[in-house]
Design a protein around this ligand. Structure first.
Ligand code: 4AD
Ligand code: MG
Length: 471
């Protein structure tokens, strides 16, 4: 007989039919005469209740049906009165596929997420991580659908690269050189290295994405990115997934529209396709979750130039609001500033634009005019956009790209970016240059928002952070 998944079984109403289910025991309760086994197979957050009459089963077998054990059950679909579901299974035969001894780390309910992180290889079997991982899958599907429906091409950029896209010097080096031997000899010869020159894991697929966009019109990447920044925060991973669309002939307004449509599409998809998992997370993790998701789908995001944001923050300070960090024009906003704007001042997502050139990457298009802040003319700004979200902070970073060869060269030179690594990128501006724009969405930051989870380590199966790469 073919196995029926729990999700399909719970939708059936053909009472009396024979069925085969397999899964892991969540709980077992009952009396001497009868056992009620809650069985989960990962296909849904919901369990199916298995009713097992003790006189039909071997006592030794029943003893081994403990939380975490894996079993296979043949039985009949019956209408359920008490289990909270419409159907349950009356067991005819139970086979133990894998016993689960008492030292099973996920034995107890209600363990902290810190505890569970130590058992990242086993935490996937819990309700919370099951829900998060199913939502994560659904978000990936939504992302591909969104772009496919709009004629974007899925474009794969290399993970091993020689260029530091963001220029922040946070790259993991990739080498086959023997570090111990180098330490002894005291010198490094990259001629002997695998690629014949220094290479690293990519921090962003954008630069190669631009090559795709200026040929195919509109592309998106969706892959892992690596950053060796030593920031131990609930928002940073050393290995995270990023979605990077890049579009020819797009200006700043169209870019903001795309960013907003994209996030709303993903959130709406979750509301429509992950209702059971969201309901569980809403009950167990974050009582405001579903409300917050709905409100994002229904609100228009605020468009806020950086300079205006600074004026608002400085006014708030004059009105007595206390911030830990200063906020002068030219400073990178701290997360307390972003949160103030998003959660207190506007109370909705904010797309901040036109940042000071000095705090953004070299590739952003320079604005034609300098901004005026509190009556004074400031330094040059660029057409960068950060999408700031309640609870999360920055969820998207993007920009219109500088398409003018000479202006781009000027930035590369003034920032001392090694030219020899950039020649291929500059060719886009040399041969048929076109205006274009794009952004990067941090996949795990999106999952944080959609699940209501608090720590980015809990929305990726196997988190990579400083000093952690166990599982
Ligand atoms: O703002 P970032 O650094 O932008 C770029 O990498 C551009 N090249 C994107 C583009 O224009 N194509 O990163 C983009 C997003 C951030 O907004 C954030 O959501 C996420 O990536 N991100 C991280 N997520 C988890 N852990 C980290 N260490 C992250 N760093 C950035
Ligand atoms: Mg950024």
């Amino acid at each position: 007989m073919k196995r029926t998944k729990v999700i399909d079984l719970l939708a059936r109403r053909d009472f009396g039919a024979d069925v085969l289910v397999k899964g892991w025991v969540r709980t077992r309760r009952g009396s001497k005469a009868v056992s009620f086994i809650a069985l989960n197979d990962g296909s849904t957050i919901k369990n199916v209740q298995i009713v097992a009459d003790s006189d039909r089963f071997d006592e030794e077998l029943m003893k081994q049906i403990t939380t975490g054990a894996c079993i296979s059950v043949n039985g009949k679909i019956v209408e359920s009165i008490g289990s909270g579901q419409a159907v349950e299974v009356h067991a005819d035969n139970i086979e133990l596929l894998g016993a689960c001894p008492a030292d099973y780390p996920m034995q107890k309910k209600g363990q902290s997420f810190e505890y569970m992180r130590q058992y990242a290889h086993m935490r996937l079997r819990t309700n919370t991580f099951g829900a998060v991982m199913r939502i994560r899958h659904n978000m990936a599907i939504a992302i591909h659908k969104f772009f496919h429906e709009r004629g974007f091409f899925y474009f794969n950029t290399p993970l091993i690269t020689a260029s530091d896209c963001e220029g922040a010097g946070q790259m993991f080096q990739v080498t086959t050189l023997d570090l111990n031997r180098i330490a002894k000899s005291g010198k490094v010869d990259y001629d002997d290295d695998f690629f014949g020159k220094p290479a690293s894991l990519t921090v962003s697929g954008q630069l190669e994405g631009e090559l795709g966009a200026t040929a195919l019109g509109a592309i998106y990447t969706f892959g892992p990115t690596f950053r060796a920044e030593n920031s131990n925060t609930p928002r940073h991973l050393s290995e995270f997934w990023m979605i990077e669309p890049e579009i020819s002939f797009m200006d700043l307004d169209e870019l903001m529209e795309l960013e907003e449509d994209f996030i709303k599409y993903c959130v709406r998809w979750a509301l429509e396709n992950c209702a059971d998992d969201l309901e569980f997370l809403n009950n167990m993790i974050d009582k405001g979750l579903v409300e917050r998701l709905k409100s994002v789908v229904d609100t228009e995001f605020v468009h806020l130039p950086y300079t205006k944001g600074i004026e608002i923050l400085q006014q708030a300070i004059r009105d007595g609001h206390k911030f830990e960090f200063p906020c002068e024009w030219g400073d990178d906003l701290a997360s307390e500033h972003e949160r103030f704007l998003v959660e207190e001042y506007f109370r909705k997502p904010v797309i901040m634009t036109n940042y000071p050139k000095a705090i953004k990457a070299f590739y952003m298009k320079i604005d034609a005019e300098k901004p005026v802040c509190n009556g004074k003319v400031m330094e040059e700004t660029v057409q960068g956009t950060d999408v700031l979200f309640p609870q999360i902070g920055e969820i998207i970073g993007g920009s219109v790209r500088e398409e003018n060869y000479d202006k781009l060269m000027g930035e590369i030179k003034s920032r001392n970016i090694p030219m020899k690594d950039m020649w291929w990128y500059l060719d886009t501006r040399k041969f048929g240059s076109c205006p274009h724009a794009g952004f990067g969405l941090g996949f795990e930051r999106l999952i944080l928002f959609v699940t209501g989870m608090q720590n980015i380590r809990d929305v990726i199966p196997f988190p990579r952070t400083p000093r952690t790469a166990e599982f």
